[in-house]
Design a protein around this ligand. Sequence first.
Ligand SMILES: [Ca+2]
Ligand SMILES: [Ca+2]
Ligand SMILES: [Ca+2]
Ligand SMILES: [Ca+2]
Length: 266
Amino acid sequence: MRVNRLTSLMFSMMALVLFLGACPATAQDELSYDQYRALSWAASRLDHLAAFEPIHGEAGMFTALGERFGTVLVFKHTSRGAQRVWKSNQLSGIPNEVLVADLSGDSLDDALICRTNTGKVYVWSLEDYTLLWESLPSEYRNIFCFTTMNMDEDRANEIVLLADNKIHYIDGGTFNKEWTSINEFQGTMIRCGDVDGDGQMEIVLNSGIVIDSVSGSIEWEEEAFFSTIELLDIDGDGMLEVLTENGISGPIKVYDMDYGNEVRFQ
Ligand SMILES: [Ca+2]
Ligand SMILES: [Ca+2]
Ligand SMILES: [Ca+2]
Ligand SMILES: [Ca+2]
């Protein structure tokens, strides 16, 4: 009787050990708030660094770094430190920007995207870092900036590029080029959103141009944008404002495009 009880206790303990071993994340791996904030902060400030949550809900956080010797690296960060988990093949050119994005359109990040100084775009799966797509070597000479947004009817988000002075949409599911603007534009930062509340997407460039996403015609021009732009509904009216500031210092300007004016908060 006593032996039986001992045996069942041993089995229970073995089951507990197996159960704990099967749990991939332990509370000890979770980043502290300060660690999490430091990573998020650096990733939001640096074009060459992108941060993303583990896609299967494990503890910690990942960063992707486009380094100047021509590769992209992925690190896993937990409270115990950082560990390199992936390195790309040698890319054509030096990374200018890395982005983590949802291309499938289900609001979950699934892709790591990089543009290089030789006009190449690379897309890797966040699941296993397999190369999903790369642009042809001679397709673009210069990519000035890029972003992702759903620009058309299908669910997949598009990669939106300003390359060789034209705007291009690349479908995030098929990687077919779906649209190229006829007009030429300049800019070093690009954002997409419905900034005038008409239900249609606009493209905003930091050169101060707001472009209709269907016709490619200029809807609004303002020479006084600064180097950095972001689109955000800052006043809660349900419409995006254009927030612009210099990369280093100086004031911020907020533009309300449905009035076509800078906003002065009262
Ligand atoms: Ca997705
Ligand atoms: Ca789409
Ligand atoms: Ca609009
Ligand atoms: Ca607003």
